[in-house]
Write a protein that binds this ligand. Structure first.
Ligand SMILES: [Zn+2]
Length: 73
């Protein structure tokens, strides 16, 4: 498990996977990053531009509690 600090806005998100490689979207600023988590630590986080985001099939890990009616993209 890992805590991710958004490189853009500094918001912290809790990530429930110890191993993950792929897109992550900040809930606060909605910026998308490619992240790599290994052994519960964030090894890399790179901003993804919007055109790349559109190509990605983003797997959100958001749970139902955060749904506020708008769609992920
Ligand atoms: Zn952010």
């Amino acid at each position: 498990m890992a805590n991710i600090t958004c490189p853009k806005c500094g918001d912290q998100s809790y990530f429930s996977l110890a191993e993950y490689k792929g897109p992550f979207r900040c809930k606060k600023c909605r910026e998308t990053f490619n992240i790599i988590i290994e052994n519960g630590e964030v090894k890399s986080s790179q901003p993804v531009n919007q055109s790349e985001v559109d190509k990605l099939n983003i797997r959100t890990h958001e749970k139902a509690e955060s749904h506020d009616g708008d769609t992920p993209l």
